[in-house]
Design a binder for this molecule. Structure first.
Ligand code: ZN
Ligand code: ZN
Length: 236
């Protein structure tokens, strides 16, 4: 009996809250909104299918206590002109092969690029031109699941998702079950420099958002079958 009750208590997984600073960055930082992406030598700045460079929304080093992904460098790029919700395409119960490049109807490819890199050398010489470069600070969060098994609704890495709707899970194309890694809260706005083209459907003229401002839950492949093997679940 005692064993059962212990098993029913959801685990408190290591988690870190992510806070956006206010003083604009003047030089590259590994944890940033906008800024200078720390791309692998093998990777060019991600482009959307019309050839437009995607905007770097944020990047950060995954803290070492996060299982499977500690020490990786996470980068979240999203097109400015294409703003929509993600829609999982499945085949044989898994995300389709190379889902990070696969058609995302009505688009020929995804309008985002999310990378988890293990070998990160130097920052790009060019800074993200649209999203303002601001520092990110991570601090430990005790993300105790509530009575429904949900974690805190916050900008965070690790811990337990706070699902706005039913929990979602996906198998990677490689067969591994994707693991929850990071969450961007609903309606989070990313400040952009003045005078830039407005993002379609975004609320503020001087801000961009991810995936129509849906809450974003990043699920990533624990086997690192590809740096882009990350699926952004959207809910609201
Ligand atoms: Zn685009
Ligand atoms: Zn995989």
């Amino acid at each position: 009996m005692a064993e059962n009750s212990v098993r029913d208590i959801p685990a408190v997984l290591p988690a870190h809250i992510i806070e956006v600073g206010t003083v604009q960055l003047e030089r590259p930082a590994r944890n940033s909104v906008g800024g200078w992406p720390f791309l692998d030598d093998a990777d060019d700045w991600p482009e959307c299918f019309r050839g437009e460079r995607m905007a770097l929304f944020f990047q950060l080093d995954i803290p070492v206590d996060i299982q499977h992904f500690g020490g990786d460098h996470l980068m979240v790029f999203h097109c400015r002109s294409h703003n929509d919700a993600s829609d999982a395409e499945l085949a044989d119960g898994r995300l389709v092969p190379r889902y990070w490049d696969a058609p995302q109807p009505p688009y020929p490819r995804p309008f985002w690029r999310i990378l988890l890199q293990r070998n990160v050398a130097v920052p790009s010489p060019e800074a993200e031109p649209s999203v303002r470069a601001l520092p990110l600070t991570l601090s430990p969060l005790v993300d105790t699941p509530n009575s429904r098994g949900l974690g805190a609704q916050a900008f965070k890495v690790g811990g337990t998702p706070s699902w706005a709707q039913d929990p979602e899970s996906y198998a990677c194309a490689c067969g591994s079950e994707l693991v929850y890694l990071c969450q961007v809260p609903e309606s989070m706005e990313f400040a952009v420099h003045p005078g830039l083209p407005e993002q379609p459907y975004s609320v503020g003229a001087d801000t961009y958002n991810l995936f129509l401002a849906n809450e974003v839950y990043l699920l990533a492949c624990p086997d690192h079958c590809d740096p882009a093997a990350v699926w952004p679940v959207n809910q609201n």
